[in-house]
Design a protein around this ligand. Structure first.
Ligand SMILES: [Zn+2]
Length: 833
């Protein structure tokens, strides 16, 4: 069934409308009962205004065991007049929607028997007025019993079909399952229509649709395609018959001959909502009368759902997921590749949105008619087809159909059939990750190009720890043309790719729409924070990554234990680095000293997260060699080091100047709000005189993670990023800046203004991270420069981090300048477009 025209965004889901209705679904193991239904014979009369009916059903059945009680389902709103077997009245009692008939004589197994149930009433569900007549419909599972007595589980089909004898006022034409074998006139201006359907049928697919129909019929490959049209809408019906022929031709080829070709394919304009794949008499609500896609969906159900039916409602995917994919395949025939792709994309986004809202798996979903069952289910088939290839997918699906048509099938049956064709590996992983798990993979991608190589890092960042096994193609864009990469198999959280490929303008994931996923972030590395986790801190790098995601800072998590040390080429590309180390082992054992030295000496903004690392560092001459700073995670020790030249700057931060090493030092006081100070952990921000922004953190991550709002790692990282110069939406005030000779102001139009603050003249140069000088100016005192992000040839430069160097002319140099041999100030700016 398809619930509603999918263009409508305020999409009312009939099942969800039945709020409070609990589904009582049989478990997998409960697929047998005391008898097997062979056939129903339903005689029923409908009374104006078509909200009441009276009837009699004869159930032909075969006991599976010795039986003295026969359970039949019927809604409590309906009255039972009598129940007979061999013309002998049977006693019964009712519990909720089940009638328990106490048989006057017990039946042995396999003795084919008949029982007749006379009933009447006003159904609470299943019968609706429509177009001067009525329709029967099952908007929820096991609703057939609301209007007629039956064994209302889909796994006990009436093997020999159903006969219906339908009495209505003579102005109505009731359409039902199978073939119309006769119409009798009876007293009171009434007619009785006789419909006979001789295929196995599940109870929810039995339907009667009555109005003053016009019957439009075509012969298609020897069997009738019939459209029952509301008078005045024949043209719509004819158009839909045209597309029906196209759809039938496709499914005949892809799956098999129409399963009910000896009877008819009936399609009916009716009321209600959405559409319903009643066996051989498909109902369309007005909003789908002109929708070939909805027609394709319902017609596909003739194979998937009608002939082959899911074993139970937990596995509704067998019906709806499969049908939704064949609907897509029909869209390609009806609307071309573009229509096919649009439909696939529509289904992917709808499925992902449903996943985000509900987090339901496809199998055992609380709502068997949830959009994930339909649309993520369709994507299951799409991915399966891409995995095993057309040459196996279509034959395997045909075999699955042939084996189970006329009966029921389970997910296990589907998997077994597919595996009979695809012998490369068992597909348990595939079925498990896509059908039994909620949600979907989420991917971040970072890339940079260095010395002719394209470096790409892809990370699975879905919130749960599950790692998907997924194939992934990349789209490498050069201008308007896209080159599709080879397919990479991603089986771990991170995938590192290095290929000799010229530098693309941009990169997209999954350009050919083969994967059910969401891309979270695709970023050139130059704008990203590199989070290096040496693995000794219990993978807390992932927490920092989540925090960066929360505040929308592009970041790349680099796990040293699995990836080795980050290469220089990568470090050169990022805008700043968080280095997370453990607290227990000697972290310096795992830190690549050479790289750390490189980072520091090349002035890449660096934050180190680990108290213990700090204390380790303080016992070595390593940082002394490079920065001349000794640092400790112990606040008292730090205070000793930095002396007393503090200057409170609010929010619990103080500004220190270390007179010996000439480094300034922002240090959070003990109870400051908005700082990250915890017990014996703290952090500091160190900035060198020459304005290289180096953040040195000694936060003990395991201590700060559970802390309350004012002292969260989120605030810490915001503060650090802000200090690095990121345009972070940060509630904290800007950190104190040491005196310098250049003011940098970011303009709304993306350009950057440089102004001298001291009465000096200087030369200002801008460099990229590879050390290329891009543009230079002579800057006179009291003057300013507006940089529009171009180089000296006028080429527009990409967004990212740039180095600004201010060469101070000796003449007129301020006495305030630090006593350095080379009077060069360096700054960093972020060009943002
Ligand atoms: Zn459907």
């Amino acid at each position: 069934m398809i619930i509603l025209l999918l263009l409508i965004s305020q999409f009312v889901h009939p099942e969800i409308n039945k709020a409070g209705n609990q589904f009582h679904l049989p478990q997998d193991s409960v697929i047998t009962h005391s008898y097997d239904v062979l056939k129903y014979n339903l005689t029923v009369e409908f009374f104006t205004p078509y909200d009441t009916l009276a009837g009699m059903v004869v159930i032909t059945f075969s006991p599976n065991q010795n039986m003295d009680t026969l359970p039949v389902h019927l809604g409590q709103a309906m009255t039972v007049d009598s129940i007979t077997m061999n013309n002998i009245l049977q006693s019964y009692h009712r519990i909720e929607d089940t009638i328990y008939v106490s048989l006057t004589s017990a039946l042995p197994p396999h003795l084919v028997s008949e029982i007749s149930i006379y009933y009447q009433g006003k159904p609470i569900d299943g019968l609706f007025q429509a177009f001067s007549g009525f329709l029967t419909d099952v908007e929820i599972n096991q609703a057939a019993k609301q209007w007629w007595p039956c064994f209302d589980y889909c796994w006990d089909k009436a093997d020999l079909g159903i006969e219906l004898h339908i009495t209505v006022p003579e102005n109505l034409y009731p359409v039902s399952n199978g073939v119309l074998t006769g119409i009798d006139s009876i007293s009171g201006n009434r007619l009785t229509f006789h419909w006979v359907h001789q295929h196995p049928i599940a109870t929810y697919l039995v339907a009667i649709l009555a109005s003053n129909y016009l019957v439009l019929q075509r012969n298609y490959h020897g069997y009738p395609l019939i459209y029952y049209a509301i008078p005045g809408y024949e043209y719509m019906a004819e158009m839909m018959l045209d597309s029906t022929e196209v759809i039938m031709s496709l499914f005949d080829t892809l799956i098999d001959t129409f399963p009910f070709a000896d009877e008819k394919l009936g399609q009916i304009q009716s009321g209600g909502r959405g559409a319903m794949e009643n066996q051989t008499c498909i109902r369309y609500a007005p909003n789908s009368w002109l929708s070939p896609i909805t027609h394709a969906h319902e017609i596909a159900h003739s194979w998937w759902g009608d002939a082959l039916t899911c074993i139970n409602y937990q596995q509704m995917f067998i019906n709806e997921g499969t049908t939704s994919y064949y609907e897509c395949l029909a869209t390609r025939v009806l609307q071309g590749d573009e229509g096919f792709n649009q439909r696939l994309e529509h289904m992917r986004q709808g499925g992902l949105d449903c996943d985000d809202q509900h987090h339901w798996p496809i199998i055992n979903s609380p709502d068997p008619f949830g959009l994930n069952v339909y649309w993520k289910g369709a994507w299951f088939h799409h991915m399966l087809r891409n995995l095993i290839g057309d040459t196996l997918y279509y034959p395997a699906m045909r075999a699955f159909y042939h084996q189970y048509k006329g009966g029921n099938a389970s997910i296990t049956d589907l998997q077994n059939t597919i595996e009979q064709y695809y012998k490369l590996e068992p597909l348990d992983w595939f079925f498990q990750q896509w059908l039994y798990r909620p949600d979907y993979p989420q991917l971040n991608l970072w890339w940079y190009h260095h010395q002719q190589y394209l470096h790409i890092n892809i990370t699975q960042v879905q919130p749960d720890s599950f790692i998907y096994k997924i194939p992934l193609e990349l789209g490498l864009w050069y201008g308007n043309s896209c080159s599709v990469s080879r397919e990479y198999l991603m089986e771990q959280r991170e995938l590192i790719i290095q290929e000799l490929i010229s530098c693309p303008d941009s990169i997209t994931m999954d350009p050919q729409m083969k994967l059910y996923f969401r891309p979270r972030r695709i970023t050139p590395l130059a704008q990203s924070v590199l989070i290096i986790d040496d693995g000794q801190s219990q993978n807390l790098g992932i927490n920092y990554q989540n925090i960066c995601d929360q505040i929308n800072i592009p970041n790349l998590l680099w796990a040293v234990e699995s990836l080795g040390s980050p290469p220089f080429s990568l470090i050169q590309q990022v805008s700043s680095i968080f280095w997370i180390t453990g607290r227990i082992q000697n972290p310096l054992d795992s830190i690549d000293r050479e790289r750390l030295n490189f980072i520091i000496t090349n002035h890449y903004p660096l934050a180190i997260f680990s108290t213990h690392a700090a204390s380790q560092l303080s016992q070595t001459s390593f940082l002394e060699d490079t920065l001349g700073v000794i640092f400790s995670g112990d606040s008292g020790y730090s205070n000793q080091l930095v002396g007393n030249q503090q200057d409170p700057i609010g929010n619990g931060f103080s500004w220190y100047i270390n007179p010996v090493q000439r480094y300034e030092f922002i240090y959070p006081s003990v109870q400051g709000e908005g700082c990250a100070y915890f017990q014996n952990s703290d952090y500091g921000i160190i900035r060198s005189k020459s304005n290289f922004q180096i953040v040195f953190s000694t936060v003990d991550i395991t201590d700060i993670l559970p802390q309350p709002e004012s002292a969260t790692p989120l605030n810490l990282i915001r503060r650090i990023l802000q200090y690095f110069g990121y345009p972070v939406n940060c509630p904290l005030p800007p950190p104190h800046s040491p005196p310098c000779n250049l003011v940098i102001e970011y303009q709304d139009n993306g350009s950057i203004m440089f102004k001298l603050t001291a009465p000096i003249s200087a030369q200002l140069t801008i460099w990229d991270l590879t050390g290329r000088k891009l543009i230079n100016w002579d800057l006179q005192k009291d003057n300013f420069i507006l940089w529009d992000g171009t180089d000296h040839q006028g080429h527009i430069l990409p967004s990212g981090r740039y180095i600004v160097k201010l060469n101070l002319n000796n003449q007129g140099a301020s006495e305030n300048l630090p006593d350095l041999n080379s009077v060069v100030e360096s700054y960093q700016v972020f060009l943002i477009k």
